[in-house]
Design a protein around this ligand. Structure first.
Ligand code: AMP
Ligand code: MG
Length: 418
């Protein structure tokens, strides 16, 4: 491992790290995920391009009408009063008018039909009167009106998308309009994960005193599914060094990334640390954040490893702040910056100086168009319900102290993610 890794490794001076320092370190160590694949465009939603897409043709390929009306020469449109033109044919979408249109003539045209030779303008049907094959037009339509020029959307040879572009529905439509049936995209990250804890039971089992259902595997699975990862759920592993050693060895052979929850704090049964020290190069951090203070990051062989805290809210917060940008980068996404907005607090908010906090909030726009944010209420790191009801994190810097109603705060919206 490189120098900074050694410096950080178990160095007491560095045992408490800021969120930004942890993120920077993670990015400096992130393995490049090799490999891309050819995929039919219908199956590329949310995948990242591994190639440059250039337009092989103009879009639209031919100059055509944007409206139903009459194609004609702008020079025939009067500046005042009426003019009468001779109707000589029609152009429908997919059925062009093949003749030449001269001054004094016009052609009936529908939306999407190729503009006939000689014409430069379309007058919409609501603005004309038709008397047999005589068309009566008035002033008011400008040269080029209601016409879509060939190549006005995309011109031949231009770069449409660069590598690292994440494909959305509009992009997939654009690829189809260019006639591209499949593209090369980065492969998905394969992520294995397991929960640790003797108190954890799987669904369907009965709970004895002191036992709880494992919820982290369900939130982790769902977040990974949202990110399009290949997912390997390895279940619950007991707090035993042997079991944890076996699970890590197996996971690091089959996955690009291993996630665990629990067992990274300083409790007696926290063997994750011990085993990882043995198997790989891993940092154990107390990050200056709330929730999510204990976090481990490193490598076991070529596999990157995140040891997330056990508390259910801390799992989701640390996933969002560290694991998600790491996966997006590994999956080839060029820009992984999260959206940050400024909102006005609806009430007072407690904040002790020292740690960066990711409180759960609900934002909305009030009747004056201002972004307002309120807390979901109690913020215990085991209270998963606060995540369910939230649509953003209220991000409070380390030095920040108590806030009052009307104060401006940074929010990270996560609509559609949690
Ligand atoms: P740990 O980091 O292992 O000490 O766990 C911290 C807290 O999170 C404890 O209250 C655990 O019971 C709880 N916890 C750990 N793993 C899970 C899990 N998979 N699902 C729900 N709660 C968990
Ligand atoms: Mg535990």
């Amino acid at each position: 491992m490189s120098q900074p890794a050694k410096e950080l490794h178990h160095s007491p001076a560095q045992s408490s790290l800021s969120v930004d320092e942890a993120r920077a370190y993670i990015f400096s160590q992130l393995p490049k995920l090799m490999g891309d694949e050819s995929v039919a465009i219908r199956s590329t939603l949310d995948r990242c391009l591994a190639e440059t897409i250039r337009s092989k043709s103009n879009v639209p390929s031919h100059t055509n009408s944007a409206m139903d009306g009459y194609a004609l020469l702008a020079s025939d449109i009067p500046t005042s009063g009426n003019a009468t033109l001779q109707l000589i044919g029609s152009a429908l979408a997919g059925h062009p008018f093949l003749g030449e249109v001269a001054a004094g003539q016009c052609v009936r045209i529908t939306t999407g039909a190729m503009l006939p030779h000689g014409c430069d303008t379309v007058v919409i049907q609501e603005h004309v009167e038709l008397d047999g094959d005589k068309l009566i037009i008035t002033a008011g339509t400008a040269l080029g009106a209601n016409v879509r020029q060939a190549g006005e959307d995309l011109s031949v040879g231009s770069v449409v998308y660069s590598p690292g572009h994440k494909l959305g529905p509009a992009d997939i439509g654009v690829l189809a309009s260019l006639g591209v049936p499949e593209v090369r995209v980065k492969r998905r990250v394969r992520v294995a994960f397991f929960s640790t804890g003797d108190e954890l039971r799987s669904l369907g089992e009965t709970l004895a005193d002191g036992e709880i259902y494992d919820s982290n595997r369900y939130t982790l699975y769902s977040m990974l599914a949202k990110m399009g990862c290949e997912i390997i759920d390895m279940g619950v592993i007991t707090d035993s060094p042997d079991a944890i050693r076996r699970a890590f060895s197996e996971a690091s052979e089959i996955a690009d990334m291993v996630l665990t929850s629990g067992g990274v704090s300083v409790g007696d049964a926290d063997y994750v640390k011990m085993v990882l020290d043995e198997l790989g190069e891993v940092q154990f951090w107390k990050i200056n954040m709330k929730p999510g203070r204990p976090l481990a990051y490193g490598k076991v062989g070529n596999t990157s490893f995140f040891g997330l805290p056990g508390n259910p809210v801390a799992v989701m917060v640390t996933f969002y702040q560290f694991v998600r940008p790491a996966i997006r980068t590994m999956q080839g996404e060029a820009n992984v910056e999260e959206l940050s907005l400024t909102a006005k607090l609806a009430h007072t908010l407690k904040k002790a100086p020292g740690r960066m906090e990711f409180q759960r909030g609900i934002f909305h726009t009030n009747e004056h168009g201002e972004l307002i944010v309120e807390s979901t209420g109690r913020q215990g790191s085991g209270m998963l319900n606060s995540m369910s009801r939230a649509n953003c994190f209220i991000v409070l810097k380390e030095a920040q102290t108590n806030l009052v109603s009307g104060d401006k705060v940074a929010i990270q919206p996560f609509i559609n993610f949690f």
